[in-house]
Structure formats: C-alpha cells, structure tokens
Design a binder for this molecule. Sequence first.
Ligand SMILES: Cc1ncc(COP(=O)(O)O)c(C=O)c1O
Length: 466
Amino acid sequence: MTESHDRAEETGGRVPLPPAHRRAHSRARDLERYADLFAARTRVMRSSAMRDLMAITSRPEVISLAGGLPDTSTFPAASFAAQMTKIAQESAAEALQYGPTEGFEETKDCIREVMAAEGMSPDPEDIIVTTGGQQAIDLITKTLIDPGDPVICEAPTYPGAVPVFCSYEADVHQVTTDDDGMRIDELEELLDRLAAEGRRPKFIYSVPSFQNPAGVTLSGERRGRLVEIAREREVLVVEDNPYGLLRYEGEPEAPLYKLEGGNYVIYVGTFSKILSPGIRLGWLCAPPPVMEKVVLGKQAADLCTSTLTQYFVREYFAEGRWRRYVTDVTAIYRERRDAMLEALESYFPRQATWTRPQGGLFVWATLPDYIDTGDLLAKALRENVAFVPGVAAFTDGRGTSSMRLNFSGVGEEEIREGIRRIGEVIGEQVALFETLTQESSVVSRQSSEARDEGGQVLPLRLPRER
Ligand SMILES: Cc1ncc(COP(=O)(O)O)c(C=O)c1O
C-alpha cells in the first residue's frame, strides 16, 4: 500500500495535500521524472504572453490594457437569455449533441452574412467552422508545416500566432510593417532570398486590417501587389481578419480573399470580436484540396465545434440585429481609442511613438531603446496596470522596447488612469537614464575616470546593458 493511500485512509478517503514547500519540491521532481517522455517539439513550444498575463490581470485592482478582450458587458444579456431559452425549449436534444466536423449549414449561412458585409461570397463548401480563429491558425499550420518549413509573417505579428508557429517548428521570417502594413518590397526581397536557397514559404500570414498588435492597415496598393505575388509565385497567403468590421474612420479596404478569389488566399474569420469570444466560434475558407486535409486535422483535434454555441449564433442571427450590435460596439470602441490616444499625448514622454489605428482594438507604442518593456511590465504591475510587452509579437527577440496597448476591454476613465500609470513608470526610467548619461558625459568631458579606492576604473552603469 502506498504512503498516500495510508494517509487517505487516516483522513477518511481524502488525500491530504503536502505543505506548499514540499509541493514545489515534488513539482521539480515530477518534471525530472517526465522529462524523457516529452516530444522534441515541446522544447520549442512557447507560452502565449496574453494567457500568462491573464492570471494577474484578472485581479480586480489591475487595469488591464493587456488582453485583446472585447467588452462583453455591452452584449444585451436579455437577448442572450431569450436565445438560450428558445434553444432549451425547442431543440435541447440537438443542441446538446455532436455535430458535423465542417459545422452546420446554418452556421455557414451566418458566416456568409458576415463575409458579405465585407464584399466576399465564399462557397459554403469552402468553409469550415472552427473553435475560434485560433484553431483555424493551428489547423492551417498543422496541415501545411513540416519542421523547418518557412513561414512569413509581419513584424510584429499576432502574439497568439507565435506559439502556433513555434509548436509546429516553422522557420519563421518576419517582414517589417509601417503605417501602410507589411512592407511588400521587403517581402519580395525575402522571397527572392529564399528562392535563391531553393526554398518557398508554405504561407504568408497577415492580419491586413487593424492589425493585432500594431493597429496598422495594409494599404489598397499593397493588397493588390500581395495578391499578385501570391499568384505569380504560387504562394498561399493566410488572411486573418477578426477586426475588418470594427472600423472607426476612413474607407474600408477590400479583403485579400475578395481581391484574389480564394485560390491562393486562405481566409480566417471569427465571431469573437463582433459577438463573443466565449462562444469560441471562428472559421476558415480554403480551396478544396487544402480543406480536405484541414477537415482531417479538425477531426483529430476535437471532432466538431460546439453544437450549442452554433445554435446560439443561428438564433442570434435570425433575430437580425447583429449588424446593429457591431455598429453599437464600434461607437464605444471609437471613444475608447480616442481616450487612449489623448492619454498617450498627455502622459507618455516625448521620446515615445505610437500608432493611430483607424479600427480594431490595439495601439502599438515604442519607447527609447534603452527601456525594456519586459522589465517595465514588472514595474507597471506593481502600479496595478498591465500591457503586453513587444517581444511577444516576434520570434527572434525583437520588440524589446515596444508594447501592445488594448483599448476595448476597459472604460475610458480606466484607460486614462492606466496610461497615466504606465507613463509614470516610463518617466522614471527616462529620468534615470538621462541622469546617468549626463553623469557619463560629464565624466568623459573632464577626462577623469571614476575610480575605486584601489585606483581601478569603475564602469559607469546604465539602466540596461545592450
Ligand atoms: C489576429 C487574431 N487572430 C486570431 C485571434 C483568435 O481569436 P479567436 O480564437 O477568439 O477567434 C485573435 C484574437 O485576439 C486575433 O487578434
């Protein structure tokens, strides 16, 4: 009989937990015990920065500008209750059952309505309903990537895509973005370089509209050229478009899927930002040969997407108010974006720069390069405010002085207060740096070195060694 069994009997069947210090010790021992069992790919798996932060940011005293959370409190609870009641009364057995791997035809009708709002008209056969857009990215990568295969994405890219690409051991290449989105000239140079090595990327992943994390939008001209490149070079483009309908100003740009027609563009969409992320409903549209493999991947992953939430979406769309809700929520987020941009002007130091998104949920701010936003986050958390450090959006360690700021998850007052607190911790870093560098220039001007008591030259310590 085992020790824990004996103790369980003593405590009437419950196995008592060891004290905390022993638990920590046994976790380390457990890790050692299982180490040989882990697949090689687990060594390159990365944690999602946002998921890590969620545990901290869910504390009520923390103002979180970190998550990409839509404000679900804006969704009419009465409407939610009415739809769920209707489902329970009229189709409980079906809604509680498994469904087809590809998703219900009725869900695809709702998806086609959403895509039609941006001028797209996919064939229902080309659509698969997924457990969020995140699963769509995972299934595409699983279907197309062998270890070492090149994938191209934006720099910075969607932080949630980084762990996916890493898990499948892709060779990730990131192309710089500016105010007009991905630099297509740089993309072409990269494609040429890869071609010279006899390599072709399996796909180019892009969030062309109101990008997560940079908030920038790929210009019409660059969209046209990207689609041409896809055709000319026969390269797949994965267009991830959760934010296209969340536009606060300016004219819409045509989705790549519409421009190209769907032979070389795989489209990823989601209900997360226009309805609810909790229902975990997304989709992807792909040409039939790709779709065939994606369906097999989905079967292996989770058999089918939640039937219950597909029923909910069906009822919600039948009500005919989904566009109204998008309009309402867009008005709220526009105000929040403006509040954030104003607060940045007021509270961030003049050395900082940031993007001015026309839609979506994020601003990307860049600080002087002597500030590490990972270190800054630790300081900001002490002030009960959070953001996503820029490194999460890169696979190669870039982005150390940048941060992603979300403006949809909290109200305007909290946005202002959150930015004020972050501005304050940045201000302290800038002041410290300026004091130390001034000292350093005084020392060098006088050609007198700081020495210790034994006459040895002392290094001048700057806030951060690069
Ligand atoms: C660009 C992008 N793609 C995909 C997702 C995943 O969303 P979901 O799985 O909730 O549909 C997100 C979420 O923030 C995102 O910003």
